[in-house]
Design a binder for this molecule. Sequence first.
Ligand SMILES: NC(=O)c1ccc[n+]([C@@H]2O[C@H](COP(=O)([O-])OP(=O)(O)OC[C@H]3O[C@@H](n4cnc5c(N)ncnc54)[C@H](OP(=O)(O)O)[C@@H]3O)[C@@H](O)[C@H]2O)c1
Length: 211
Amino acid sequence: MPGLTAYCGLQYIGQPREGETVVVSGAAGAVGTVVGQIAKLRGCRVVGIAGSDEKTAYLQNDLGFDAAINYKTIENMSQALAAACPAGVDIYFDNVGGEISDAVYTLLNKFARIAICGQIALYNATTRPTGPRVEPILLTKSALMKGFIVGDYAAHFGEAAKELANWLKAGKLQYEEHVVEGFDKLPQAFFGLFRGENTGKLLVKVAAYSK
Ligand SMILES: NC(=O)c1ccc[n+]([C@@H]2O[C@H](COP(=O)([O-])OP(=O)(O)OC[C@H]3O[C@@H](n4cnc5c(N)ncnc54)[C@H](OP(=O)(O)O)[C@@H]3O)[C@@H](O)[C@H]2O)c1
């Protein structure tokens, strides 16, 4: 499911073209890691945003991202992003929302595409989140912003799975699984998503598998 989410959101909303700059938030997670690798396979410059130095090192050293920013330690996100995206941002794949997105929006290029996949920074908000209004930027940049649920693209799952599987077999696509053992650990594991405890897909193993 995360692979299909990454593929469909990037391919059908992002429409990546060689040489474009792609920014992905939640970059070290299950969806973000795949988004960045597909964007590299499409010939894009890829910048990831994640919450630890281990994660930013993993993105750059293991997955081939061109740059990665630790949003928890960076003093000025806008400056860091501008340095990492000297030609601006053509595609923003958003997994988190909030202030990270506010910073990305100021760098959008003309005809930029924004895929709204997740908003984890806002899931637990107790009041209606407000922020800089994005509409004037979308207007002046002729940009497209589109939310999606992976099932919207069910008609494309066959072709997506085929291309993802081919990349996997060819060693062009890597994935991480963060496994927590035990059914009783489910709540802890779930809260860990909000603390950034996982790299790649968080799974809870509830029992040994037997045929
Ligand atoms: N639209 C769809 O159909 C669809 C499908 C699947 C998933 N999603 C959504 O897409 C997003 C990514 O999914 P996933 O499975 O790949 O999750 P994930 O990235 O594996 O896990 C969540 C990650 O988000 C980061 N995070 C947590 N709180 C944050 C905050 N306040 N600000 C910034 N980053 C924060 C954490 O990493 P850090 O260490 O980097 O903070 C955490 O590891 C989620 O929001 C999910 O709900 C949407």
